[in-house]
Design a protein around this ligand. Structure first.
Ligand SMILES: [Fe+2]
Ligand SMILES: [Fe+2]
Length: 502
C-alpha cells in the first residue's frame, strides 16, 4: 500500500471512524495518485455533518464527498486537480475576522491651536506609557531632574524632539517633556549613538540618558527608541491565507488590468501551478490596502495619467473587479491617498457617496487608515503607507526599493508618521491614532509601489506593491515601481509567498 493510502486511512481512523471495505474501494477508484488528501478531508467534513454521527465511513458517504468536489465518477486529472473547482478548503472554514481598531466615526478636529496641543500631548502620553512599561526605561525621571543634577550628574528622561541640528560632527537635539526644555548634544565619540541620533526626526518621542555639562547643555550617553519587544507572534491553528492587494489604481492609464484579472482568476481557482492552486484554495481573506482607484487631482497634472477621468466611474469599474472575489472570502478595505476620502491621517473609511458600487458589489469590511484586525487570531496592522516617502526623505540610509526597512523604522519609533508637517497631512485629533500601541503580528503597507517582505522582532512586515505600471509622474520623479506581485501570508506559519502575476 502506498504511503499516501496509508496516511489517508490513518487520518480517517484518527478522526474516530471505521472504514467499510466498499468505501475504501470507492476512495481508491475515485482519487488519482497525489490527490487523495482533499477527498479524505471532504469525506470527514461530510461525515461530521451527519446526525447521528456514523460509526463508519460508507461508500455512499465517499460518493457524496466526491460529488461536492466535482470529481464523482471520473479520475482526477493531474493538471486540473479539482482544487479550483470543487469545494475549497477555505470555503468550509468559518471566517474569524475581528476589528481591533478603526478610526472611522472617531474623527473631528477644527484644526484649532488647542487641537494641535492636545494631539501632541496625546502622542507624548501614549509613547511615555510605552516606555513606562519597559523594564529598562520605566524609571525615567524628567528633564528638570537631569538639568538640576549638577555638573557630571546624570539624568534619564522621556522627551519629544522639537528640533534637530547637525553642526560639523555634532548633533544638537532640542527636547521637551511638557515641563522643561533642554538641548542635548550627541558627539561623534560614540559612533553607534551618533548614527542613531542622525536617524532621529523631529516630533519623535525617545528616551535619553544624559550627563550634565558645566553649562546648560546635556550630553547624551545613550538614546533608546520605544521599540517593539522581541517575541513570538500569534499563529493561526489552520493553514489559511490572507492575500494582500493594494494600489490597484483603477482608472489609471497604466493600471495593469491583465495582471490584476489573473489575480482574480487565481483566487477563483482557474489558473496557477498545482502549488499555487493549493494556496488559492486556502485563501480566506483579501486585504485591500488603499489606492483602489487612481482618483482625481491627487498630484499636479494627474489628468494626463488617467484613462478614466471620472471618480464615480473609477469606483464602478473597481466594483466589478471586487465582485469577482469569491463570495466566501472576507474582504477588508482601507483607503489610500488616491481614494475619495479626506487626505489627512487618520482617514475614515471610504464613503458610500463615491464608492457605493464597491459596497454593493459584495460584503466588505470597510475601515479607516490605519486600522487593526485579527484574522484567525493573527493581529494585523493595516496602514496604506502615505508617510513612507516622508520617512525616506528624512532618515539617512533608507531606500524606497527596500520598503521593509522603512516599515521597520516605524515599528522601532512606534509611530506611523513620526515627523509632523512634511508631505503627509495629519489631522490634529484628540488622540494620536498613529502611535503603534499594540504590537502587530503582521504589519502591512503599500503606497510606494515596491513589494517586499521581512521579519522584525517577530513581526512580519509586508509591503504589497502595486497593480499599476510606471506613471509619467513617477518617471519625472525617478521612481521605478515593482508591480504585479501578490504577497500571500500563511496565517499558520506567517511565511509570505510572493506570487508573480507579471
Ligand atoms: Fe498607490
Ligand atoms: Fe498611495
Amino acid at each position: 500500500m502506498s504511503e499516501e493510502r496509508k496516511k489517508a486511512i490513518g487520518t480517517i481512523l484518527e478522526a474516530g471512524f471505521q472504514m467499510e471495505s466498499d468505501a475504501f474501494k470507492a476512495l481508491m477508484e475515485i482519487s488519482a495518485p497525489g490527490h487523495l488528501d482533499p477527498l479524505v478531508k471532504e469525506v470527514l467534513r461530510v461525515a461530521g455533518t451527519v446526525v447521528p454521527r456514523p460509526a463508519s465511513i460508507s461508500r455512499d458517504l465517499v460518493l457524496r464527498a466526491a460529488e461536492h468536489l466535482d470529481i464523482s465518477g471520473k479520475t482526477l486529472d493531474a493538471d486540473h486537480s479539482g482544487l479550483g473547482h470543487g469545494r475549497r478548503f477555505a470555503e468550509d472554514l468559518e471566517s474569524r475576522l475581528e476589528v481591533v481598531s478603526d478610526p472611522t466615526g472617531k474623527l473631528g478636529t477644527t484644526g484649532s491651536f488647542d487641537d494641535f496641543l492636545r494631539y501632541f500631548r496625546s502622542r507624548f502620553d501614549k509613547m511615555s506609557l510605552l516606555f513606562r512599561q519597559r523594564m529598562d526605561t520605566r524609571n525615567a525621571g524628567t528633564i528638570s531632574d537631569a538639568l538640576s543634577g549638577g555638573s557630571n550628574g546624570r539624568g534619564r528622561f522621556i522627551c519629544m524632539v522639537l528640533d534637530k541640528r547637525e553642526k560639523g560632527d555634532r548633533i544638537f537635539l532640542t527636547v521637551d517633556d511638557y515641563e522643561d526644555e533642554a538641548t542635548v548634544l550627541v558627539g561623534r565619540q560614540n559612533p553607534t549613538l551618533y548614527e542613531m541620533a542622525r536617524k532621529i526626526v523631529r516630533d519623535q518621542v525617545i528616551y535619553i540618558q544624559a550627563r550634565k555639562s558645566a553649562g546648560p547643555l546635556l550630553v547624551a550617553e545613550s538614546i533608546i527608541l520605544p521599540e517593539i519587544p522581541d517575541r513570538k507572534p500569534v499563529h493561526a491553528s489552520e493553514e489559511i491565507y490572507a492575500a494582500l492587494v493594494s494600489d490597484v489604481h483603477v482608472g489609471s492609464k497604466v493600471f495593469l488590468e491583465d495582471e490584476f484579472r489573473r489575480v482574480l482568476s487565481w483566487l477563483k481557482g482557474d489558473i496557477g501551478t498545482p502549488n499555487q492552486r493549493e494556496v488559492a484554495e486556502r485563501v480566506k481573506y483579501v486585504l485591500i490596502g488603499g489606492d483602489l482607484v487612481d482618483g482625481i487631482g491627487v498630484y499636479p497634472r494627474q489628468e494626463v495619467d488617467l484613462a478614466v477621468p471620472d471618480i464615480y466611474e473609477q469606483y464602478r469599474l473597481a466594483a466589478k473587479f471586487v465582485s469577482e472575489i469569491p463570495e466566501y472570502m472576507d474582504v477588508v478595505l482601507i483607503p489610500g491617498n488616491h481614494d475619495a476620502v479626506r487626505q489627512a491621517l487618520p482617514q475614515p473609511a471610504i464613503p458610500k457617496d463615491f464608492a457605493g458600487p464597491v459596497y454593493d458589489s459584495r460584503k466588505i469590511t470597510s475601515l479607516g487608515d490605519p486600522a487593526e484586525v485579527r484574522l484567525h487570531g493573527v493581529h494585523f496592522l493595516l496602514y496604506h503607507g502615505t508617510s513612507l516617502m516622508d520617512i525616506l526623505s528624512g532618515v539617512p540610509g533608507l531606500d524606497y526599493q527596500r520598503p521593509v526597512e522603512v516599515m521597520e523604522y516605524q515599528l522601532r519609533a512606534r509611530h506611523l508618521s513620526p515627523e509632523y508637517g512634511k508631505m503627509t497631512p495629519i489631522g490634529p485629533e484628540q488622540e494620536d491614532f498613529l502611535v503603534v500601541e499594540r504590537v502587530p503580528d503582521v504589519f502591512t503597507s503599500g503606497h510606494i509601489h515596491v513589494s517586499g517582505a521581512g521579519i522584525y522582532r517577530g513581526t512580519t512586515i509586508v509591503n504589497s506593491g502595486a497593480w499599476q505600471g510606471q506613471t509619467d509622474y513617477q518617471k519625472r520623479m525617478g521612481l521605478i515601481p515593482k508591480p504585479g506581485i501578490l504577497p500571500v501570508v500563511n496565517l499558520k506559519t506567517l511565511d509570505v509567498k510572493m506570487i508573480n502575476f507579471q
